[in-house]
Design a binder for this molecule. Structure first.
Ligand SMILES: NC(=O)c1ccc[n+]([C@@H]2O[C@H](COP(=O)([O-])OP(=O)(O)OC[C@H]3O[C@@H](n4cnc5c(N)ncnc54)[C@H](O)[C@@H]3O)[C@@H](O)[C@H]2O)c1
Length: 253
């Protein structure tokens, strides 16, 4: 599990997987937070450990996956969740921005998949879940690089599914809608901005928060045998955001 320390989606996926009986290796660049996630799971009697893995550093990916293989012998499932966004108009972006966003959001999942595929092949199968975004389906101003990286991740998902289906390895992608954590809501409320609550009402068909656990349950399904015939697929978990052409107010005239 990459980006497993994340307070929005990453930690929610770790919890959903652990509750479903997986042993979860919580990897992240933020080790104090990763250890807290791992500890909270173990405090609840679930099975987890934490490990440093920077998806933008090939050596770090190889070292962490090597350590997991040495300890456990195999990686049955990989969830690529580590990712970053950037909201800047396209003409103001620099090469470093490309390296940072595309390096983390697209090259990272590719390196991680490459690192685990040999052991999955040897074991006769495995499942990889990439965390994409509704920005791979449509976008809004300032997200060109993020949208490009997540769209590229759809292609990578199909490519891996295509290359390794014959080895029993499945690869799918989940597109979350807006997932905010409690701290995001508190910060928004404190600054008097109700953008997150408005988003739920105006930009979703379902007026509810989407949580990391919601994304985790979708990931757990795709990793499980229940999804044994599903590969190369895109699962949208966005409370209906991508099904709306315009926001509710604009649709009322
Ligand atoms: N939050 C959303 O609304 C949303 C919506 C759609 C898609 N996503 C995607 O979900 C994933 C999780 O994002 P999130 O915003 O929920 O964040 P999150 O709260 O789950 O945290 C992201 C985690 O990734 C880690 N990380 C960042 N760069 C890393 C790297 N190079 N190597 C390893 N770990 C790294 C961070 O330390 C952090 O712990 C991302 O791929 C993001 O693009 C998020």
């Amino acid at each position: 599990m990459t980006g497993g320390a994340g307070p929005r989606i990453g930690s929610g996926i770790c919890r959903a997987l652990a509750e479903a009986g997986w042993h979860v290796v919580v990897t992240d660049i933020d080790m104090p937070s990763a250890r807290k996630v791992d500890q909270a799971l173990r405090d609840d009697g679930l099975s987890a450990e934490s490990l440093e893995l920077d998806t933008s550093d090939h050596d770090s990916v190889l070292a962490a996956v090597g350590q997991v293989l040495e300890t456990h012998g195999n990686v049955h499932g990989l969830v690529n969740s580590a990712g970053i966004g950037l909201t800047t108009p396209a003409d103001q972006l620099a090469d470093e921005d490309y390296e940072h966003v595309v390096g983390t959001d697209l090259r990272g999942p590719w390196w991680c998949a490459q690192a685990v595929i040999p052991s999955m092949k040897a074991a006769g199968g495995g499942s990889i879940v990439n965390i994409g975004s509704v920005h791979a389906l449509s976008t809004f101003p300032g997200n060109s690089l993020y949208s490009a990286a997540k769209s590229g991740l759809v292609g990578l998902t199909r490519g891996i599914a295509s290359d390794y289906g014959g080895f029993g390895i499945r690869c799918n992608i989940i597109h979350p809608g807006l997932v905010a954590c409690d701290a995001d809501f508190e910060q928004a409320h404190e600054s008097g901005v109700d953008v997150l609550d408005r988003w739920q009402v105006d930009r979703q068909l379902l007026n509810r928060r989407i949580t990391g656990i919601d994304i985790g349950r979708a990931a757990e399904f795709l990793l499980s045998d229940a999804a044994g015939a599903i590969t190369g697929a895109q699962l949208v978990v966005d409370a209906g955001t991508s099904s709306m052409l315009v926001d509710r107010e604009a649709a009322l005239w």
